[in-house]
Every structure is written in structure tokens, then in C-alpha cells.
Design a protein around this ligand. Sequence first.
Ligand SMILES: NC(=O)c1ccc[n+]([C@@H]2O[C@H](COP(=O)([O-])OP(=O)(O)OC[C@H]3O[C@@H](n4cnc5c(N)ncnc54)[C@H](O)[C@@H]3O)[C@@H](O)[C@H]2O)c1
Length: 303
Amino acid sequence: MGLLDGRVAIVTGAGHGIGRGHALELAKEGALVVVNDLGASLKGEGAGRDADLTVKLIEERGGKAVANYEDVADFDGAGRMIQQAVEVFGRLDILVNNAGIARDATIWSMTEEDWDKVIRVHLKGTFAPTHHAVNHWRRLSKAGEDVSTGRIINTTSGAGLVGNFGQANYTAAKAGIAAFTQTVSLEVFKMGITVNAIGPAGATRMAASIPGAGIEAREPDEFDEWDPMDPSLSSPLVAWLASDQAAHVTGQVIRAVKDEIVLMKGWSNGNSIRKPGKRWDPAELTALMNADVFGCRAPGLRY
Ligand SMILES: NC(=O)c1ccc[n+]([C@@H]2O[C@H](COP(=O)([O-])OP(=O)(O)OC[C@H]3O[C@@H](n4cnc5c(N)ncnc54)[C@H](O)[C@@H]3O)[C@@H](O)[C@H]2O)c1
């Protein structure tokens, strides 16, 4: 008995790295998996049949999977991917939006193409499959069916939550995915569908591309024993979030890095000042902002 027996899952960008780890884990827990991958390079160029190897690995281990080669940020292609899950396996329960690319550069060197491509794959590539999956569930729900097994698990990143030098495009997209997760979780709440985001890590080709990181890219199936760089260390969390056991968890951002799972806390109100019913004068703000908002009382600075 697995946590996900009979459930049908799509994992995007599952030909390699973290997505491959998720696909293997979900299949191990009994899910039937659509393994999506465009087969693009790290920079988002080209296309290939990279999904096939993950499908083969799942089948060798006794699971069931089918490949999908769509570009997740192609709106109609994302729709076809959702359709494929329903046509091949008869239903859809789990959507893991994981596909991603990186085109790192400082803001002064970043090209328009670097910006557009990264925003497109991460943000639109999360929006498009989510839109089609939710519409699929909504149609069923309106016809009286229970769709409360519906799960969406998005992929943000620690860098996106706190910022990272040289990654304005990537961090903007990843922070956007965290906000998207919270909004969509509210919109589908009534149908019992959950939407969460994870922040994974691992020695994938993406991590290996960070200058000076000294990381060698390895696939999750190349690790025989626990290793802090194994890209599949967040996959048990994904399987849990996808299961009935996590039906009460939604709108959350959770990092799973090495041996730790951390609930992330987002923006929240900090110190504030008020001038009841009156407009601020900019000149009066210096002292008030420094003392009461930032809490840095410079010598002699009083109000
Ligand atoms: N590796 C890390 O340490 C780390 C940390 C935080 C977040 N992440 C995120 O995890 C996810 C997976 O990254 P990874 O490190 O495994 O990278 P990876 O490059 O090994 O895998 C990404 C996969 O996505 C596929 N892909 C790219 N564009 C696609 C598209 N348009 N449509 C479908 N598939 C596409 C690629 O072909 C590739 O197989 C990404 O969203 C990444 O931002 C990774």
C-alpha cells in the first residue's frame, strides 16, 4: 500500500534533477505518472525526449508512467498535457509544477531575452498547467463529482524568498510563484483542492551552474545512500503534500533542503507609525521612520 495508490500525477520538468526525483517518489507511492519534459538546455534552448528515461526508470521499478514532451509555458501545450493524463490514466489528481531554467546575470548585464525566457518558463509555466488542471477539476465539481484529491505543488526557491545576487529574473519568478500559490489556494479552497509550494535543493545541472559553487551535477537515481546533495530529498515532502494526509495543508511555502523541512513565513506587518486622519509631510518622516519604523535611533535623532 502506498500513500498515493491509484492517484494520477503530472510532474513537469521531470526528465532530470529534482523533477525526476519527484516522479520516482510519486510512482513508488503508487501514483500513475505523466512525466513531462521539454528536453531543453539549462538556458531553455532546444528540445528532446529526456522524459523517456524517467519513464523507463519508473517502469523498471514496477510503476506506470507515460512521457509528455510539451513546453509547460505553451498555453495550449499545457492543456494537452492535462488532457493526456485524463485520456491515458482516466483522471488527474496531482500537478507538480517543477520545470525551470536559469539564465543568471547581474541586472546591468541581463538581456531582455534572459528576463523574458526565465519569467516565461517559471511563471507562465506554472500558470498554464494550473489553469487547465483547475478548469478540469471545476468541470467535474460542477457535475457533482468530488475533486478533493486535487493537489497542486509549485516550486519556488530559497533564492526567490530572500533574493540572490545575479538572479533578478529567477528570484522575481520564484517570488511570484510563492504569491501565485497563496492566491490560487484561496480560489480553489471550496473544492477541497490544496495548493502549496516547495523550495527544494540538490546537485542538479542548475545548481552546478552557479559560479564557484563547486557542485557536480548528478541525477537522483545516481545516489545509493543518503547524501546532502541528492536532488530527490524534497520528494518525500511532495508525496506527502500530494496525499490525503495533507488535505488540511494549503497556501503554504515549505523548504526541504538536505535533512530539514522548514515552514517559510512570508511578509508580515512590522513596526508602524500613524498620524490619525492626516497626510504625512515628507520632512517629518526622517526622524519618525528612523526611530519608530526602522528602530535605528541615530545619536541626537529625536522627535
Ligand atoms: N537545484 C536546486 O538547488 C534548486 C533550488 C531551488 C529551486 N529549484 C527549482 O527546482 C526545479 C527543478 O530544477 P533542477 O535543479 O532539477 O533543474 P534541471 O535543469 O535539472 O531540471 C529542470 C528540467 O525542466 C525541464 N524544462 C525546462 N524548461 C521546460 C519547459 N518549458 N517545459 C517543460 N520542461 C522544461 C528541463 O528540460 C529539465 O529537465 C526548478 O523549478 C528550479 O528552479 C532548484
